[in-house]
Design a protein around this ligand. Sequence first.
Ligand SMILES: Nc1ncnc2c1ncn2[C@@H]1O[C@H](COP(=O)(O)OP(=O)(O)OP(=O)(O)O)[C@@H](O)[C@H]1O
Ligand SMILES: [Mg+2]
Length: 238
Amino acid sequence: MMTGLEITNLKVGYSRNEVIHGLDLKVNPGEKVALLGANGAGKSTVLRTISGLLTPTEGSITFNGEEIGGSNPANLVEMGVIQVPEGRRVFPGLNVEDNLKVANYGKSPDLLEEGLEAVYKKFPILQERRKQAAGLLSGGQQQMLSLSRAIIAKPKLLLIDEMSLGLAPLLVKDFYEQLADLFSEDVTLLLVEQNAGLALKYCSRFYVLRNGELVLESNSEDYKDNPTALQSAYLGVD
Ligand SMILES: Nc1ncnc2c1ncn2[C@@H]1O[C@H](COP(=O)(O)OP(=O)(O)OP(=O)(O)O)[C@@H](O)[C@H]1O
Ligand SMILES: [Mg+2]
């Protein structure tokens, strides 16, 4: 049953500290949706919960009709729930190619060959540096590697956490412009960003989270020319 991602009344936090206070959010199959909000709003917490790193204390998360809340992260990866983590976490001590190989976990070696070819075609610099430790790459190259790992993992539901963090604006703009090209259009995407301008260009809908509560949900179209209104929603000023 292709119903995409459905989150209902999600409550989750860290030990006794609840961070998300009953979130309802939906991403239809193949839809590109942004989750926006200021520092500490809870965006990464939501993504970490979808990818199984945190267990909901209440509520439900389904993907294509199947309950995935609290599932084992490795099982979710096999289902195609793939996260590109904040801070582009690669394995710094592994070389570039080994980082990519790990992303093929549980899939056939043929798929890996195919994936490597596709990724090296998109990012030739990764091929050039394939035997170098990933920790020695520049920030931009690490983001390429992090996205490439997701490409190889063949996502059905892709969760991208703040690609813009710590990267030069021009580089980030490049990544956003390439996104449509990097992943097939039937991939369902939930994209976390602090930089709303970028996210709205790529996503057709968005949600704004403030202190773990939804404060706005809209089509991107309605806000493209009104970044100030969006900013107010973030920060809670009128
Ligand atoms: N590992 C953790 N242990 C305890 N509290 C945490 C942990 N990670 C995040 N928090 C708290 O949860 C709240 C939400 O954090 P989260 O990282 O989800 O925000 P965010 O919207 O992703 O922010 P940013 O834009 O800075 O990445 C914050 O108050 C934060 O201090
Ligand atoms: Mg975050």
